[in-house]
Design a protein around this ligand. Structure first.
Ligand code: PMV
Length: 305
């Protein structure tokens, strides 16, 4: 049996702007998906969604990995079981984490010799196949871990404070929100293009603030980034409630993470007020998680093969 795990991710800065090649900063966080794999007679995929064989309705990502790997390196059967602490469809990269953890599990079971770069790019190709379009960011950050400047893929210093995530539990479609920004940009290019470029500048300035461990200023710039995300129409009432109550509870700063329109927000906080922020998020209807950045990207947790 082999167990591999991979982390979720958040955007400290730059979602949506990154679609137009502006800078962003992403962090891998301490919430993980674990994939167990062992040889078996057939293909069995088990998760909280049920137990299936290859099944593109229930387990599309894992089914795609199973079939792709089988073409490259034939094997009889495997039994895969997935346990995840990452909320699904909330912008934290749950699909990327399950994809890269599954690839890593096969890599070790079948001794495929893939390095992290190839796990990340294979993972991206699977996400593209299943979703139609996908940015390479989620699979890259989940594979490598740490804090990464996008699109240059430069590793930055991790923020040494807490990240408090608030999940609105409102469904959000990344594709629809990206299309909404594109349409706004199409109608008002002279207005929207500078906003996207200013978002990119919050990321670039954020890189220097991370280096200096200046979390108060970093939080202030996250609030600026949030204002710009509101301006391009990706906010919603539920997110605003969580963001404003986090700030009132003493967060350095708080903003959407990911596509917006629902999904999750992110507050930067010190140890003293993380619990209060988490309580406030709960009081206004969100699901809080206190976490931090992890350097541990995809990894083997157990291997007795
Ligand atoms: O909600 P997520 O984690 O899929 O993030 C979307 C980030 C966008 O910048 C809005 C889109 C993208 O592909 O980069």
């Amino acid at each position: 049996m082999i167990t591999c795990s991979a982390p979720a991710k958040v955007y400290l800065f730059g979602e949506h702007a990154v679609v137009y090649n502006e800078s962003a900063i992403c962090c891998a966080i301490n919430i993980r998906t674990r994939v167990n794999i062992e040889y078996s007679e057939n293909i069995v995929i088990n998760s909280s969604l049920g137990t299936t064989g290859i099944d593109y309705e229930i387990h599309p990502y894992v089914s795609a990995v199973v079939e792709k790997i089988r073409k490259k390196s034939p094997y009889r059967g495997v039994s895969i079981s997935i346990e995840s602490d990452i909320p699904v469809g909330s912008g934290l990269g749950s699909s990327a984490a399950v994809v890269v953890a599954t690839i890593c599990a096969f890599n070790n079971l079948l001794k495929l010799g893939m390095d992290k770069e190839s796990i990340a790019s294979f993972g991206h190709s699977i996400e593209k196949e299943i979703q139609g379009a996908a940015s390479a960011t989620d699979t890259y950050v989940s594979t490598m871990g740490g804090t990464i400047a996008i699109p240059r893929r430069r590793h930055l210093k991790n923020p040494l404070c807490n990240l408090v995530i608030g999940n609105t539990n409102v469904f959000s479609s990344t594709g629809q929100l990206v299309a909404k920004v594109a349409s706004l940009k199409n109608i008002y290019p002279e207005v929207i293009t500078p906003i996207l470029s200013t978002i990119g500048k919050t990321s670039l300035r954020g890189e220097r603030l991370l280096e200096n461990e200046d979390y108060r200023a970093l939080g202030e710039l996250m609030n600026v980034n949030q204002g710009l995300l509101e301006a391009i129409g990706v906010g919603c009432d539920e997110l605003s409630r969580l963001i404003h109550s986090s700030r009132a509870a003493g967060a350095f700063g708080a903003k959407i993470t990911g596509a917006g329109g629902g999904g999750c927000m992110l507050a930067l906080a010190d140890n003293e007020n993380s619990d209060t922020i988490s309580r406030e998020i709960k009081n206004v209807g969100g699901i809080p998680i206190i976490t931090g950045v992890t350097d541990s990207g995809v990894r083997v947790d157990f291997d007795n093969e």
